[in-house]
Design a protein around this ligand. Structure first.
Ligand code: ACO
Length: 326
């Protein structure tokens, strides 16, 4: 059976750079703490008039151009985001309209940081099942819009950005295996409590800052290392692959210490085999691995025939790992 491959990638990062030095003036933190505890030096912040769909469209145009395709060549649009323009219409519908794509299927996927891997996995099934020929998978996040800028334990971590990929059937390589999972019992470790049906927006929810990200970072940290390592194993083992068989790992970029621990568990050299861009962008949720994949391609870190492991973990909890031969 023919597999699904990625035939073009794209990204968009807002111009505005927020450095650790600037954060030192906003909350009680230090450049040294942020770098040693997270690996982050700076992050991008979208403009006030720049919404998630605007960033998604820019990344998509680049992915389409790199694939040598037009919006009219796409059969389905999937947007991974936890910061949609609004509850509804979906961000994917906004992207469909703004791209000028025909009236194709378009929907959002809400699985936090694992969203890009989930989106690629869904597109793979659509294409292999024969329903659609080509898919546009986008991960776009404006986390700055749901960040409590007075909470030093979260505001130093997040950034904004978008990445996109075009997928279609390929003759060689493609997606070799996928593993997705969730554990809702630990949902309260990372959440945006208000604004939904459980706790609709009110003066009280705004006053109590319940429309911003709440996170139990140190508990999540331990889960992240174990879950990402288990997910990597769950996707590579059935393929008969070990750490050595993977040419590059494109992980979700939540914390450099999580990624070093993951590399150790997998027995690979983090310098050589783990792609990192957390230093420049922080944690952009689903967009982190999408931008990382795009930049790894741009920098020539991925060559034809390479085996890439994408491995993500996030709120939900959710996780997703995928092996693709380039
Ligand atoms: N500057 C200075 N000190 C700080 C800061 C800061 N920005 N933030 C916290 N501290 C302090 C704390 O108050 C605490 O002080 P105390 O010891 O006096 O109480 C101390 O630093 C240690 O705090 P911890 O929370 O234990 O720090 P930790 O080493 O765990 O690092 C971090 C925190 C970076 C959040 C880490 O736990 C982490 O990366 N967790 C995982 C996050 C993750 O994977 N999230 C899921 C994906 S994200 C998504 O889905 C959107």
């Amino acid at each position: 059976m023919k597999r699904t491959g990625i035939i073009g990638t794209g990204k968009y990062l807002p111009e505005n750079v927020l450095t650790n030095a600037a954060l030192e003036k906003m909350v009680d933190t230090s450049d040294e703490w942020i770098i040693t505890r997270t690996g982050i030096k700076e992050r991008r912040i979208a403009a006030d008039n720049e919404a998630t769909s605007d960033m998604a469209v820019k990344a998509s145009k680049q992915a389409l151009s790199n694939a040598g395709l037009k919006p009219s060549d796409i059969d389905v649009i999937i947007v991974a985001t936890i910061t949609p323009d609004m509850f509804f219409p979906s961000t994917a519908c906004q992207v469909q309209y703004k791209l000028g794509a025909p009236n194709v299927a378009a929907f959002d996927v809400s699985v936090a940081c694992s969203g890009y891997v989930y989106g690629l996995a869904i597109a793979d099934q659509f294409i292999r099942g024969g329903l659609y020929k080509r898919a546009l998978v986008i991960a776009s996040e404006k986390l700055s819009s749901v960040t409590d800028w007075e909470d030093r334990s979260t505001c130093v971590l997040f950034g904004d950005g978008a990445g996109a990929a075009v997928l279609e059937q390929v003759d060689e390589g493609g997606i070799l295996g996928v593993h997705l999972g969730s554990d809702g019992s630990k949902g309260d470790l990372l959440q945006l409590p208000a604004g939904g049906s459980r706790m609709p927006a009110s003066i009280k929810t705004v006053e109590n800052k319940l429309h911003t990200i709440k996170m139990e970072g140190n508990v999540l940290f331990k889960h992240a290392v174990k879950i990402m390592a288990d997910a990597a194993l769950a996707v590579t083992e059935p393929l008969g692959m070990k750490g050595d068989d993977i040419d590059l790992i494109i992980p979700h970029q939540a914390n450099i210490r999580i990624l070093n621990a993951l590399a150790k568990k997998m027995g690979v050299d983090p310098e050589k085999k783990v792609y990192l861009n957390i230093e420049k962008y922080g944690n952009m949720s689903a967009a982190s691995s999408a931008v990382a994949l795009t930049e790894a391609v741009e920098e020539g870190r991925i060559k034809k025939g390479d085996r890439i492991l994408m491995d993500a973990f996030g709120g939900g909890l959710t996780w997703g790992a995928l092996v693709i031969e380039w």
